[in-house]
Design a protein around this ligand. Structure first.
Ligand code: HEC
Ligand code: HEC
Length: 452
């Protein structure tokens, strides 16, 4: 059987008959799955009863829609007044990546971050803790939805221009360049220096394992001033984590602006759904949004108290990672991936303290990707052109989970090939080397990427 968690039952049987084996298996928890269906990112690792309860509780907060206060179901009220979606799973379909358009409409998984340049009246505390200066009236993110009596903030408008790129062998590939604007603003004009930065929901794979990677293993690859002169620098993002009240290594989100899964879950709850929580208290209103400030609030101190946040983070950290799916030309494609230098940023392997080896294909560092990919947005140490190398594991299963493939920070690339062709800045040499490959080698590389 090629798919399904067939290993589990096989292993259980073995464990009852062979005690030694039980011990060996225990020290290396089974964090992987063979599932390849659209459920591939939703498989639970082996847990004891208490842990399983916590996982299920977290899953329920992650998947069940929240409602506006006051509501009959006070366990789940507190949504809004301003929000982007009413459940986490909406932007992470089947725990996979978001897509920019759905049924001809802008999808909710496309989030528009708003900021203004940090020029005058620099508020050092704000920059240190928030990482950027939010738009004064609308805040750090455009809310597309709202509760009764509170106007929503605005709508996103998106159009694509098709561009034909040529390979050295003269064959071509069409990529699509997005243009974004905001319409129907409900609280007046934006600040004239506003920057709008579209970010698409990320696939939620192996987050617990990523948190376990030792900091020194990530920092070892930093080369801020490109001392080895390979054209690739790599810089860690250092971000404020309100939970610990310290600056920590950023590992999560497109700009590596969150240190832990829990911090990002709390941030998403606050900014995407306006659920107040102990890490990001208060509602997601600016002091200029009176209706938002005066709206009904949930009946509890926090819409998401700490035990709920813990459960959500626990749920995401106790999901299995799909195993590699090696097809006929996997090894050939891997050779090309290494020889082109993709692996310089998409680092393949890490050994974790629990004995597991994971292959996320990311260095979790920031790289300048050139002007064509720039989102104009700074976040802590990440500049306008800089993004965290996204993990590539399970990229071949994205389409199954989300129904469509949408890669890069705003989901502009419809295929792996398009995503590679957008690479610029520090990855220009690798992009050119890809364009110089013949069709067969390009296909081997893509076959490999679909199987990792
Ligand atoms: C409106 C859409 C939306 C909703 C709702 C949403 N997310 Fe996200 N999520 C995103 C986007 C967009 C990103 C990337 C953020 C960025 O880079 O700016 C993201 C990133 C993440 C990440 C980081 C993953 C990684 O690999 O770095 C985690 C974890 C996460 N979300 C968890 C949650 C949780 C938990 C909830 C519910 C409380 C939630 N999200 C609700 C859109 C959403
Ligand atoms: C200098 C570092 C660097 C190099 C070299 C590099 N990449 Fe990337 N890669 C990135 C970053 C950063 C992004 C995210 C860019 C964005 O979202 O705008 C990315 C995105 C991707 C994506 C899309 C992933 C997703 O989840 O959206 C794919 C696929 C990819 N790279 C494959 C490759 C291949 C294949 C090569 C070699 C030809 C390569 N990369 C070389 C840094 C690099």
């Amino acid at each position: 059987m090629a798919t399904g968690c067939s290993n589990d039952s096989a292993q259980k049987q073995k464990n009852t008959t062979n005690k030694q084996d039980t011990h060996a298996k225990k020290s290396i928890p089974n964090i992987f799955t063979n599932k390849q269906s659209k459920q591939a990112f939703k498989q639970t690792i082996k847990l004891n009863h208490d842990e399983e309860d916590k996982h299920i509780l977290g899953r329920s907060f992650f998947t069940i829609p929240w409602s506006q206060a006051p509501s009959a179901t006070s366990a789940r009220d507190g949504l809004g007044p301003l929000y982007s979606a009413n459940t986490c799973i909406h932007c992470h379909p089947n725990n996979g990546a978001g897509i920019p358009m759905k049924n001809g409409f802008i999808s909710r998984s496309l989030v528009m971050r708003l900021s203004i340049p940090n020029i005058q009246n620099v508020d050092n505390d704000l920059i240190e803790k928030n990482g950027f200066v939010p738009e004064p009236t609308y805040g750090g993110q455009l809310s597309l939805h709202s509760n009764t009596n509170t106007p929503f903030e605005g709508r996103i408008s998106l159009s694509y221009e098709n561009i034909i790129l040529k390979y050295e062998d003269n064959s071509t590939c069409e990529i699509q360049k997005p243009t974004y604007s905001i319409k129907n603003l409900q609280y007046g004009e934006f600040d004239k220096n506003v920057n709008i930065a579209p970010h698409i929901g990320l696939a939620l794979i192996g987050l617990g394992a990523i948190e376990m990677i030792e900091e020194k293993d990530i920092l070892a690859k930093e080369d801020i001033y490109d001392k080895d002169k390979d054209g690739i620098s790599g810089k860690a993002n250092w971000v404020y984590n309100p939970e610990s009240n310290t600056t920590e290594l950023g590992r999560f989100t497109w700009k590596a602006a969150a240190a832990t899964v829990k911090q990002q879950a709390a941030n998403a709850a606050h900014n995407d759904m306006s659920l107040s929580n102990p890490i990001y208290p208060g509602d997601n209103c600016t002091d200029k949004q009176t209706e938002c400030l005066e709206a009904n609030k949930g009946v509890h101190d926090f819409d998401l108290p700490m035990y709920r946040l813990d459960a959500i983070a626990f749920y995401l950290k106790t999901l299995r990672i799909p195993r590699e799916r090696k097809t006929a030309n996997f090894a050939k494609g891997k050779k090309i991936f290494n020889s082109l230098g993709c692996v310089k940023c998409h680092t393949s392997e890490y050994k974790l303290s629990d004995g597991n080896t994971i292959k996320p294909y990311s260095d979790f560092l920031l790289h300048d990707m050139g002007d064509a990919l720039s989102d104009g947005h700074t976040m802590f140490k990440a500049n306008a052109n800089e993004f965290r190398t996204p993990p590539l594991w399970s990229i071949g299963l994205y389409e199954k989970a989300s129904g469509k493939m949408a890669l890069l920070h705003d989901g502009r690339a419809r295929t792996i090939e398009e995503a590679i062709l957008w690479h610029g800045g520090e990855s220009t040499t690798q992009q050119r080397a890809f364009k110089a490959l013949n069709k067969q080698d390009r296909n081997y590389l893509i076959e490999f990427l679909k199987g990792i």
